[in-house]
Design a binder for this molecule. Structure first.
Ligand code: ZN
Length: 140
């Protein structure tokens, strides 16, 4: 019997729980500041602009803009063999928020900076669903 190494699992916190719950439903969920209206990155304990700590979860479009990509040829994750492409994506609703996703289907091959992509989430790996960029036919 072989043990397949598993991708490290996130441990949701009060700040990140809405993001991971949204991911399980295939949706990008961030929290919006009720003081000034800014979206907050998943890890932010309070609004980065006005420091208000009343942030409410909001389901976003999932549209993102390509900001960078890195091709990893060494073993990128436990249980995975390379190469694997990591993509930096700026959230369309607030490009100051940049998320990292996997491109497992070559969606960004040949894509130009600021190309509009759609962020989705993988089937569960352990208990978590991780961000991936989706090919056009999978867009919701
Ligand atoms: Zn604010």
């Amino acid at each position: 019997m072989t043990h397949k190494p598993q991708r490290p699992q996130p441990v949701p916190t009060a700040e990140t729980r809405p993001f991971w719950e949204g991911a399980a439903e295939g949706a990008l969920v961030l929290r919006r500041c009720q003081g000034c209206g800014r979206l907050a990155p998943p890890l932010a304990p309070r609004c980065p602009d006005c420091l208000c700590d009343t942030l409410l979860a909001e389901r976003l479009s999932g549209r993102v803009m390509l900001k960078g990509r890195t091709r990893l040829h060494l073993q990128p994750l436990p249980g995975r063999t390379g190469p694997l492409t990591l993509v930096e994506c700026a959230v369309f609703e607030d490009p100051r928020i940049v998320l990292i996703a996997l491109d497992e289907q070559g969606v960004t091959d040949g894509a130009l900076p600021d190309a509009i992509l759609h962020l989705g989430f993988s089937p569960a790996e352990g208990d978590a669903h991780f961000a991936v960029v989706l090919p056009p036919e999978d867009r919701a």
